[in-house]
Ligand binder design. Structure first.
Ligand code: SF4
Ligand code: SF4
Length: 142
């Protein structure tokens, strides 16, 4: 299972701020304006993230158990930009710090092996450790 579906920690750690143009008042399919508040002249933020204790109003989660963004197709650009650690081959400090703040261990490459069919060895960090990293050498003709 994707680790984010049992986490949600990053949606309770940071102010989620973005340009007002992302609101659905101005952009079709944008962030629901009713779930935002004004941050400054140019930016909105998700309700619940302006000041601590932070918890985005769009989050449907019990952190560490299950998690769902109730506006996932319409979430702000900043949310799309937060990668889960090692999903794409690198650690994410935002992901790691959020998880640690909730007593959850930072993700490792091992948390992505479920996506890798047995024997798949594409040099991605989810490679199964017991498969070779390169094809076996062809047999030498006698
Ligand atoms: S903290 Fe990391 S694992 Fe948890 S929901 Fe955010 S990106 Fe996913
Ligand atoms: S909009 Fe969705 S992804 Fe972004 S902080 Fe809120 S719950 Fe998380």
């Amino acid at each position: 299972m994707h680790p984010c579906l049992t986490c949600g920690a990053c949606c309770t750690q940071y102010r989620v701020a973005f340009h007002w143009m992302e609101s659905d008042e101005f952009t079709a399919g944008g962030v629901p304006a009713a779930l935002t508040e004004r941050l400054d002249a140019h930016r909105l933020c998700m309700q619940g993230t302006y000041a601590p204790p932070v918890r985005c109003t769009a989050l449907d989660a019990e952190i560490g158990v299950y998690s769902r963004c109730s506006i996932h197709p319409n979430r702000p650009s900043v949310c799309r930009e937060v990668d889960a650690s090692w999903e794409f081959g690198a650690a994410s400090s935002q992901c790691d710090r959020a998880r640690v703040a909730h007593g959850l261990p930072p993700l490792t490459a091992a948390d992505w092996r479920w996506r890798d069919p047995a024997g798949n060895d594409d040099d991605r960090p989810d490679d199964n450790g017991n498969s070779p990293s390169s094809p076996p050498a062809p047999p030498v003709a006698a």
